[in-house]
Write a protein that binds this ligand. Structure first.
Ligand SMILES: Nc1ncnc2c1ncn2[C@@H]1O[C@H](COP(=O)(O)OP(=O)(O)OP(=O)(O)O)[C@@H](O)[C@H]1O
Length: 590
């Protein structure tokens, strides 16, 4: 029998997925214990209250005993005080437990997801992931922070009130027991449907979040193509789908509530009617009936609480199941069990041996095919070739975003798969084509290259990357907020921030992906100088789009269709004619 895929909406949801929560609750055992203690205390005091009321009837009213009445009221107030304190303490413990669980769950989930492979991010939409981090974890928190509390309190009260009812009047209690199945049955039947619809509505919400995330992140592209209307409709449709699922869920749950209340109060009314007739017939005391009424109301309230919370439990089970699926995702690119260290100092020799590589999402077409390349320590190699030749793929494999299907890459003789990811990536500085700025100051953004760098080192790196001058001109200089909602930098300025990061990283292997965007002559000259300084003494691989870059390189590797088709110096390749001569004629704008 085959298991349906995790995202199949028809897959049965299991309450069992809630056990995944235990590791997050466990560290807060003291709070959970405190909560149980105060729960017992508050429930006990609530159960004692009706006894005080009966006492009032029996000893106060019947015998017109003022002394007894005073005593009864004092006792009543003391019991109420205990109940107030215990309830507050119980609320404190359980709410804090919920918040702590949520915080731990979110942090762990983020830490897990951020470590997953690049391939995972190609298969999943980021908006959907943030929705899981936000909405799904909140649903779970609602359960831990209040749902479980209500459930257990209701269960304790229900049991307590039931025992008390039997003790107060076995005849009335027996009558009540007869009608209970009529109340429990609909909860079970409707509950399952609510659970299914809950998960579906969470899924639809995540879909909508993914659309919003994608288009809001590319707002200028949406505007440039005047697609605001189309995108609004697309998002509107997704929200409408989420709404329609939510409406179904609310509908089913409303029916459930109405049915339960009707049946329950119908049953209680019936029982009390019988009780009232017994009092009239003189076979039951008023005090006993009063006490029984209290317990009946308690048990009614608890039933209600339970049916309400059952929906929350099912919703949380749906959410936890989705979270569980994320936790079950494993990074396929991981550290080996017995990692080999790079030699110290690192020399920077690279070797690609018979590499065959297809992207996991495109297994039909090889991105690199029998790719062989030897790079000496300290050498600067320029990769040139038409668009789609596989140049960026070489970088992706060096960074171990993917592993090749065949062949191996060695770094100072060590197979990349034999060393840890921090060891490998720590030895690489990447200057990507598109520099991503993060929220934070200019200094923070440069420090992205090396977290523990001092201010002095950050400034030196900026100076070497020709970034110091424009940063000084920003309103707050190095403290100027870059990234989201910060200062907008030009393409050339961003690139210099990226170069400053790479300088700060001071890694033995440098990967440069040249931007195709044309920089003005002055910035280009400045960047070339900065790069030349950076390349000195380290192995450099550069995806070259500019003539100046290839002229600076020790060797040029010409790629086409995932293979190396020629290599040499600028002059030798020009003399050979072929693809390189053609690209040179076109000025490398690939
Ligand atoms: N993430 C990916 N998933 C699937 N296929 C990909 C992916 N990235 C690149 N490819 C494919 O792999 C081949 C090589 O792409 P690559 O990005 O390495 O080319 P490139 O030489 O760097 O091109 P450009 O100069 O345009 O950046 C192309 O056919 C491309 O469509």
């Amino acid at each position: 029998m085959s298991t349906p895929p995790a995202n199949d909406p028809k897959r049965p949801r299991r309450i069992g997925s809630l056990k995944l929560l235990w590791p997050f609750v466990r560290p807060n055992r003291t709070l959970a214990f405190g909560w149980l203690l105060f729960l017992a205390l508050s429930s006990a005091s609530a159960l004692v209250l009706p006894v005080a009321v009966r006492h009032m009837f029996d000893h106060g009213f019947r015998h017109s005993n003022a002394q007894a009445i005073n005593g009864s009221f004092l006792a009543l107030f003391v019991v109420a005080l205990v109940m107030a304190f215990a309830t507050a303490a119980r609320f404190y413990c359980i709410s804090l437990l919920g918040e702590r669980t949520l915080a731990a769950l979110r942090s762990k989930l983020y830490a897990h997801v951020i470590r997953l492979d690049v391939g995972f991010y190609e298969r999943n939409r980021v908006g959907e992931l943030t929705s899981r981090l936000g909405t799904d974890t909140e649903v779970v928190q609602a359960l831990v922070g209040s749902g479980i509390s209500v459930a257990l309190r209701s269960a304790v009260m229900l049991i307590g009130a039931t025992v008390a009812m039997v003790w107060t009047s076995p005849r009335l209690a027996g009558l009540t027991a007869l009608v209970i199945p009529a109340v429990v049955l609909p909860i079970l039947i409707f509950g399952r449907r609510v659970q299914k619809l809950s998960r579906a509505s969470q899924d639809r919400l995540a879909d909508a979040a993914a659309i919003a995330n994608e288009t809001l992140n590319a707002a200028s592209a949406v505007k440039a193509y005047a697609r605001e209307g189309i995108e609004s409709d697309r998002y509107g449709d997704a929200i409408a789908r989420a709404l329609s699922t939510a409406r179904k869920r609310i509908g089913v749950r409303s029916i459930l509530t109405a049915v339960v209340i009707t049946l329950f109060f119908g049953a209680i009314t019936l029982v009390l009617w019988v009780g009232a007739r017994d009092v009239l017939a003189g076979t039951l005391e008023e005090g006993v009936l009063a006490q029984f009424i209290f317990y009946a109301v308690y048990s009614g309230g608890s039933m209600m609480g339970l049916s309400d919370v059952w929906g929350d439990v099912l919703r949380a089970a749906g959410a936890m199941e989705r979270i569980g699926e994320l936790f079950a995702e494993d990074a396929t690119i991981a550290d080996p069990p017995n990692p080999v260290a790079l030699p110290t100092p690192v020399h920077g020799a690279l070797r690609f041996e018979h590499i065959e590589f297809r992207y996991p999402t495109r297994l039909d077409a090889p991105a690199l095919h029998d790719f062989n390349l030897d790079i000496r320590p300290g050498e600067t190699v320029a990769l040139v070739g038409p668009s789609g030749a596989g140049k960026s793929t070489v970088f992706a494999l060096l960074l171990r975003f993917y592993d090749p299907q065949r062949g191996r890459i060695t770094f100072d003789g060590v197979d990349l798969r034999a060393m840890t990811l921090p060891e490998l990536r720590g030895a690489i500085a990447l200057v990507p084509q598109e520099t991503v700025l993060f929220s934070g100051s200019a200094a923070d953004n440069i420090r992205f290259g090396r977290q523990d760098a001092s201010d002095e080192e950050v400034h030196d790196a900026a100076r070497a990357a020709e970034a110091n001058d424009f940063i000084q001109l920003l309103q707050d200089g190095y403290n100027a907020e870059l990234g989201e909602r910060g200062v907008r930098l030009s393409g050339g300025q961003r690139q210099r921030v990226a170069i400053a990061r790479a300088i700060l990283r001071d890694a033995p292997l440098l990967l440069l992906d040249e931007a195709t965007s044309s920089l003005d002559a002055q910035s280009e000259a400045a960047i070339q100088q900065a790069l030349e300084r950076l390349e000195k003494g380290r192995t450099t691989l550069v995806i070259a789009h500019r003539l100046a870059t290839v002229q600076r390189a020790d060797r040029i590797v010409v790629m086409d269709g995932g293979r190396i088709i020629a290599q040499g110096t600028h002059a030798s390749l020009l003399a050979e004619g072929g693809l390189y001569a053609e690209l040179a004629r076109l000025q490398f704008v690939a």
